[in-house]
Design a protein around this ligand. Structure first.
Ligand code: NAG
Ligand code: NAG
Ligand code: NAG
Ligand code: NAG
Length: 265
């Protein structure tokens, strides 16, 4: 009995140590990526899945997807501490700002579902940074970054305005955001199955650990950007590697939609 106890105890210790080492490595990151959604394209995503979306009338522009501790060339780290369960009460004081800046668009899903997902997948990884430690700092800090930006305006200043008819070159969209932010961004698009057209979906901006804007390292470092963006077509991506990521690059040739908000008509 006593013997068994020691065996078990030492097993547990070894496991805890291994877990601690693993977690330390798991939570390391190089920079933070602030991902934004264009709500209308989020609706395309849900339509592609045969679902419906809901965009509240308080939503007037680009919204937050999440703030992601990142390592260039990977989608890591993620899910850094499963014991830190999302607790809405901790961020309840931010509710009106969250509703405007960080809504969830999935019809029928609880409106906390995106926050819970972003906290569990990314917020727990940002925890190692004192300025983003814990739910309140993570959500407030992310919204503080977002509220300093106006992506709608950066695009508008370059003549890129939401339209049901006009389509835009990904390169022009990229240049417009780059000019507005003063740093190298990244953009992603989404393919609509029904119309077989691409839509501008996300704008990604990057920050260092002091939360100062930086060029997005991945875009700067890879083939995709010298002075001209290189966008792979979906077919090329599939040929190169099976699409195991949700994110799609914008088409290399051809234009994309940037449609008005569903609640703006
Ligand atoms: C994970 O979160 C739990 C609960 O907050 C905490 O007790 C634990 O120390 C955390 N683990 C690490 C490695 O940070
Ligand atoms: C969730 O949405 C409902 C209905 O729109 C609203 O009454 C409620 O205040 C929202 N809750 C949060 C946490 O935003
Ligand atoms: C959110 O961040 C701002 C800027 O740092 C700060 O002034 C404010 O008190 C924070 N709000 C909460 C609820 O912590
Ligand atoms: C962002 O810019 C657009 C276009 O100039 C403007 O209509 C909107 O009010 C601005 N949004 C905020 C939150 O300032």
């Amino acid at each position: 009995m006593v013997y068994l106890f020691f065996v078990l105890a030492s097993l547990l210790c070894t496991q805890t140590e291994a877990l601690a080492t693993q977690l330390k490595e798991k939570t390391d990151f190089q920079y933070l990526l602030l991902a934004h959604f264009w709500p209308t394209t989020s609706c395309v995503f849900f339509r592609n899945e045969g679902e419906d979306c809901y965009v509240s009338p308080v939503v007037k522009g680009w919204t937050i997807h999440g703030l992601w501790p990142s390592i260039a060339g990977t989608e890591k780290p993620d899910y850094c501490n499963d014991s830190m369960k999302f607790n809405y009460n901790e961020i309840k004081s931010l509710s009106s700002r969250l509703a405007v800046n960080w809504p969830s668009f999935e019809m029928g899903a609880p409106n906390t579902s995106l926050w819970e997902h972003e906290w569990t997948k990314h917020g727990t990884c940002a925890y190692s940074l004192p300025i983003l430690k814990g739910e309140l700092k993570y959500f407030n800090g992310t919204m503080n970054l977002h509220e300093k930006l106006n992506i709608t305006k950066y695009l508008e200043d370059s003549g890129i305005v939401p339209s049901n008819e006009a389509m835009y070159l990904p390169q022009d969209i990229f240049n417009a955001v780059k000019k507005g932010v003063g740093k190298v961004p990244d953009i992603t698009c989404l393919y609509e199955k029904k119309t077989q057209r691409h839509h501008l979906e996300q704008v990604w901006l990057c920050y260092n650990k002091q939360l100062q804007p930086i060029d997005c390292p991945e875009v700067s470092a890879t083939k995709r950007l010298s002075s001209t963006l290189y966008f792979e077509s979906v077919a090329e991506q599939e040929a190169a590697a099976p699409l195991n990521s949700y994110f799609q690059e914008c088409p290399k040739s051809g234009k994309v939609y940037y449609k008005p908000l569903p609640n703006s008509q």
